[in-house]
Design a protein around this ligand. Sequence first.
Ligand SMILES: Nc1ncnc2c1ncn2[C@@H]1O[C@H](COP(=O)(O)OP(=O)(O)O)[C@@H](O)[C@H]1O
Ligand SMILES: [Mg+2]
Length: 274
Amino acid sequence: MQIEPYECGTRCAPSEAKLAIEGVSKIYGAGAEAVVALTPMDLMVRDGDFLCVVGPSGCGKTTLLNLVAGFDTPTGGSIRLDGQEISGPGAERGVVFQQGALFNWMNVLENVAFGPRATGHSVAVAHERALRTLQMVGLEDFVQKYPYQLSGGMQQRVGIARALTNDPEVLLMDEPFAALDQQTREGLLGEIRDLWKRTGKTILWITHSIEEALFLATHIVVMSPRPGRVRAAFRSEFGTSEDPMVAVSPEFVAAKRQIIELLSAEAPKEVLAQ
Ligand SMILES: Nc1ncnc2c1ncn2[C@@H]1O[C@H](COP(=O)(O)OP(=O)(O)O)[C@@H](O)[C@H]1O
Ligand SMILES: [Mg+2]
């Protein structure tokens, strides 16, 4: 078992992609102040892919996620979900942020029910849906708690439940576990894999951790900074492995080394140190 290079821009025809990113670029500001965050990139994501975008700080990962989420617009190119051009945020895209995105004045149930309420469902329907997704992330006994009463890991699980509760077509996750301690993170990564297997959702997962990408993904896109661009892409079998020790297997370590070498071949030392 190993990772295999593939062409992420031509994985399938745009019409067959769940998420079709074509020639997308992003420049912040203008003139001498302009920052090229993303040079034109092509990326085809198929239904049910677990795609991890990995790369060091500043390579444009959050920029890419924000464009797909519809929080910002690309400078060039187009992004389509199920053939529909993305022109703003939408309930068919569930977003999980790094941290701090819960409403502190609402309890867990109300936080998760917020999405269905915002899309016009009655309180009863919204609460029923919220309860169902809270069960999926193992928080059914904490519905009355407020965010400050939960650990960081539990807060992120509420965030995931909230993103799932509108039954989105795609989950967009920007380093959702980066602020958690190592043990909590490892436990939650296992849960995310199970959740992906159970729901078959298409997931776009952003991370700076090569190990996390290898553990989760069916497809890995490696990005480089200055300017942000796709450096390489790999299919990976580790994300679907049933071996609980897969992350310490020689093949896994060799794949990690391959990606580290790829990034360090061109990056100045200060970039790798970030
Ligand atoms: N709103 C913004 N205005 C100007 N520059 C930005 C803005 N957001 C991000 N950048 C710059 O764009 C580049 C990519 O940033 P970002 O997408 O946040 O990278 P990553 O998430 O990979 O760390 C960085 O150089 C960053 O400083
Ligand atoms: Mg970021």
